[in-house]
Ligand binder design. Structure first.
Ligand SMILES: Nc1nc2c(c(=O)[nH]1)N=C([C@H](O)[C@H](O)COP(=O)(O)OP(=O)(O)OP(=O)(O)O)CN2
Ligand code: ZN
Length: 143
């Protein structure tokens, strides 16, 4: 069997969190907001059970057999995702969304930035994927 030198792999951990929000842009007036976002612009807001998958890409350490201990990744995700967003009103409780709409696209960028700030080896971060609903999915890779 060929012994591969420094093999690399992808490692993913999944979590879920619940939050409410309203799609509303500070860059649009009320009529435009209603036209663009429709029912999702309703003043009372609505909730989601978001599923987030964070993927790392890196070398498998030959001594430990891991890219990063999943326990470490879990801690980072608790800090970057659960703490600021679980059971929160995204638009009112999260500073980042006071100046931009809480779309799933913007959520991926927020989580990416949070993870980069917290991780000891941020270069391992490869992708943040969010299922807002089972049909609405956004992926972000830092571009
Ligand atoms: N580009 C985006 N479009 C929309 C986003 C978004 O984040 N990015 N978000 C929404 C709403 O938040 C909304 O909650 C989506 O819900 P809904 O339309 O009910 O969800 P589904 O598509 O899963 O429902 P269907 O039953 O399949 O219609 C809207 N747009
Ligand atoms: Zn929504």
């Amino acid at each position: 069997m060929v012994d591969r030198k420094n093999p690399k792999a992808y490692q993913t951990r999944r979590i879920t969190f619940s939050a409410c929000h309203r799609l509303h842009s500070p860059f649009l007036d009320d009529a435009e907001n209603e036209k663009v976002y429709g029912k999702c612009n309703h003043i009372n807001g609505h909730g989601h059970n978001y599923i987030v998958k964070v993927t790392l890409f890196g070398e498998i350490d030959p001594k430990t057999g891991m890219i990063l201990n999943m326990t470490e990744l879990k801690k980072y995700m608790e800090q970057a995702i659960m703490k600021p967003m679980d059971h929160k009103n995204l638009d009112k409780d999260v500073e980042y969304f006071k100046s931009r709409p809480s779309t799933t696209e913007n959520l991926t960028v927020f989580i990416w930035t949070q993870m980069k700030d917290i991780m000891e080896n941020p270069e391992l971060l490869y992708e943040v994927e969010i299922y807002e609903t089972e049909n609405n999915i956004v992926r972000y890779r830092g571009e």
